[in-house]
Design a protein around this ligand. Sequence first.
Ligand SMILES: [Zn+2]
Length: 509
Amino acid sequence: MKHQFLLFVSSFSLVLCDLASYLRERENFLENENSRFLGSNLELTSSESLVNDYLMNLKYAELDYGFATADFMQSQNFLISKPKYDSSQVFQFIKQMPKGGAIHVHDTAITNLDFLVANVTYRDNLFMCLVDNKINFRFAATKPDDTADCIWSSVSESRQNSGNVEEFDEAIYRNLTLVVPDPFSEYPNINAVWSSFQKYFVTSGGLICYEPVFRDYFYKGLEEFYEDNVQYMEIRTTLPTIYRLDGSVLSDFQAMLTYEEVFAKFKADHPDFSGAKIIYAPSRKVTEETVYDYISLATVLKRSFPDLMAGFDLVGQEDLGVPLIEFLEPILSGQTESDLKYFFHAGETQWNGMSTDLNIIDALLLNATRIGHGYAIAKHPLAIELAKNRNVPIEVCPLSNQVLMLVSDLRNHPATILMADNFPVIISSDDPPVWNASALSYDYYAAFMAMTSRNTDIRFLKQISYNSLFYSTLDGDSKAEAISLFEQKWDIFIQSFLKRILPSFVSYN
Ligand SMILES: [Zn+2]
């Protein structure tokens, strides 16, 4: 009997001992894992920790609600879940937070659609016609000549004659936006959604590319990002043809001068803005010969505008475009002859082992400075290693990837896995107004809620903001100044937020 009792005690303590060591091991494991997450190297001040506690309570509440109800907005298409984003307190927090730079956006999709509809389409000398049920616009001194498939009419007269101005404007809006009541039936596959997406650029192009509008559109776009607490931008452009009322057009050189003037004016009006740069990014659906032309133009522009021109990229739907492997010679010549920097959109695809998936390998081997999207990189462990070793970041645009149908539930975005292991990631917004987002906060919020762990905190948000400046093409001094400006803005934000949530708070950092 005594013997049996001893056995019981010893086996019980053995279990206890095992349980304790198991839990310790588990805790160590999770701690180690957390220490590898993007941003986990940052140390928080006591003020930041207080703000972080506040933010994390909001994050926990939203996630726990989603876990309990399976109603999680980032798992739903942004085209229908956007109102939920707007009502989120975490989103409101992120909106107020300094976010560094937006370094993956496209020039003709940076400004709210309301500006185009309510402002630009009300300007004089605007004409419209319907081609394949899509509106084309054109500013002209007199009505342009009709063609078989395009019968022009004055927008102001058509609006007046429509009998319902609101409905008329709504129809224009519908021609520009991807937002529809039922995206699943409207866009049955990736080609369908891309086809509508590309129509946006046709319809908006006639409005935006009129020289006076072009200047206003850019200025307004910079303002929207600035008001969203973005301090720096790198903007891809196809260098679209900018036209005047008399039908004359600007040369590429004049177009670059226009960007330069708008950026300079904006910076003069907003001294705490670190500036903006241009990445020349024409269509990838072209011949090798055309890419030679692109590269020589990029080289000339880089020489003429060394501070403004950041580098070169190719854009358009990758799966229907031409892969980088077809353009090796012109791309290599650009690098050897003029030290052109590359920012290729690469691996914006769901396919594995196909030509577009392999763009990710070519982008890396071609020494890309950054990779646009890089969605496919998670399937290539050697590419991940190479990118990490060379410190080549990917520019992840969560909402773009969801709306353009690479991933329906953002929790399944492959960058989630990369960020869990401190892979260099930048979060940006691609073409936000087309899906009724704006500036940068929606994408930061989506990444924070759906693409990080429940316990990932404000350090992640601070790190992606740092990354957007650290991996920018700002040169040494300007980069240091931009980072120092970001830190000042961040401190002001933390202190003013603390005063709001803890009115009796006195700074002690
Ligand atoms: Zn893009």
